[in-house]
Design a protein around this ligand. Structure first.
Ligand code: 5GP
Ligand code: ZN
Length: 114
């Protein structure tokens, strides 16, 4: 059994501020928000990194993107704009090894990212 922070949040062992739950996905507020809206969209199934995806996960990733858009709409950020991010492995800044899509909104974002 992998000791995974996000698996524990999904299991209810650690509290999370959930904004979405369905059969395959949850979304909760990031504990250290980098924007007025900073939500993490997380599959219930443990997948460590984007490198571990298979073709069977294509629909799951599509759902994650659609749910992210719905959350941005619900928070009133869809029209102005919002950012979605996956960090994959250490050089990209991944610190929790259970895939998650960051959804950030409520401010402007620079490009290129740091
Ligand atoms: P990563 O760096 O892996 O792309 O993103 C991990 C994110 O998880 C970070 O933005 C971090 O603030 C967030 N995080 C870390 N621990 C917790 C926690 O216990 N609860 C919540 N809600 N977010 C967390
Ligand atoms: Zn996990």
């Amino acid at each position: 059994m992998v000791d995974c922070l996000f698996c524990r949040i999904i299991a209810g062992e650690i509290p999370g501020a959930f904004v979405h739950k369905d059969d395959r996905l949850v979304a909760f507020k990031d504990v250290n928000p980098q924007a007025p809206m900073h939500v993490l969209v997380v599959p219930r199934r443990h997948i460590a990194t984007l490198n571990d995806l298979s073709a069977e996960d294509d629909a799951l990733l599509g759902e994650m993107t659609r749910v992210a858009g719905n959350i941005a709409k619900q928070h009133g950020h869809a029209e102005r704009g919002y950012r979605t991010i996956f960090n994959c492995n250490a050089a990209a800044g991944q610190t929790v090894f259970h895939i998650h899509m960051h959804v950030l909104g409520g401010r402007s974002f620079a490009w290129p990212p740091g």
